[in-house]
Structures are given as C-alpha cells and as structure tokens.
Design a protein around this ligand. Structure first.
Ligand code: FEO
Length: 164
C-alpha cells in the first residue's frame, strides 16, 4: 500500500523523537536512582520502555508500508537536574511537544488523504492524552510534596505501579 514519501519521511523523523523520549526517560530514571529514590527510578524506567515501544511501532509501520526506514540522529538526553520538580516538569514539556508533533502528523496524513496512516496515528493521539495526564498529575504531586519530602512522591509512584 503506497504511502507518500513526505509522510514516510515525517514518520521517520517522529520515530526519532520517540527514541529520544526513550533515552530521556532512561536518563531521568538514572538521575532518580542516583538520588536514592527506587520507586521513581522504576517508574521512569517503565516510561522509557513504553517510549521504546512507541518508536518501534512506527518503525514496523514504515516497514509495512514499504519504507524506507531511516532512523535519524538522536539528541543526547539531559543528564542532570536541579530538582525532582525540574526533572518531572521537563518530562511534561517533552510529552506536550510529542503531542503537538503527533497532531501535526495526523494533519499531514489527512491532507494527503492517507487513511491508513490516519488510523495508525489514532493510537498515538489517545496514548498522548494518558501520558499528559500521568505527567501533569506527577508534577502536581511533586510540587505538593516538596523537595524535602520526596519519599511521599515515592509512595505515590509506588501506588501507581500496577498501572504504570
Ligand atoms: Fe511516546 Fe510519551 O510519547
């Protein structure tokens, strides 16, 4: 099934953003590990695994529509943070950015009358609603707990664990 070159190129670029999100979450997870907060470490490692799945799902789709798969150069993730709030706020900002790009991809597929890609992308549209909600609430709880009470944040994240 033919998918226009411009759509394939845009999907490849977006696959790169999802791989970057994977690396960014691994980096945030490692920062929390260094801070001695094991539940946050696990939570962000799980987020990283989800982002890897988001990227490879696009990779498989591009393969299925005939490619070519072109994995772009990836930016290095941010490695250190001033505070838990800065780390979590950065993740929310990242998710908002990803969401805007997903919506732009849907607009592109729509403008090309590309029904298959539109349907494929709907999963991401829904997924982003959940990701933004999760990260917004985490930021809210981070601020409420405060930097000197991050063990409260650990408890909150531990209770989230089955869903995360
Ligand atoms: Fe795959 Fe969290 O965006």
């Amino acid at each position: 099934m033919p998918v226009e070159k411009s759509v394939v190129e845009a999907l490849n670029v977006h696959m790169g953003r999802e791989f970057e999100a994977h690396l960014q979450y691994l980096s945030v997870s490692s920062w929390f590990d260094a801070e001695g907060l094991p539940e946050l470490t696990k939570f962000f490692a799980a987020q990283a695994a989800e982002e890897h799945m988001h990227a490879t799902k696009i990779l498989t789709y591009v393969q299925d529509v005939g490619g070519p798969v072109v994995i772009p150069a990836l930016a290095a993730p941010k490695a250190s943070f001033e505070s838990a709030e800065e780390a979590v706020a950065g993740c929310l900002e990242w998710e908002e950015n990803i969401t805007a790009h997903i919506h732009a991809l849907v607009d592109l597929a729509t403008s090309k009358n590309d029904h298959a890609t539109q349907v494929f992308l709907q999963w991401y549209v829904t997924e982003q609603v959940e990701e933004i909600a999760t990260m917004s609430e985490l930021l809210q709880v981070t601020r409420r707990a405060g930097e000197s009470n991050l063990l409260l944040l650990e408890d909150y994240v531990a209770r989230l664990a089955p869903a995360a």
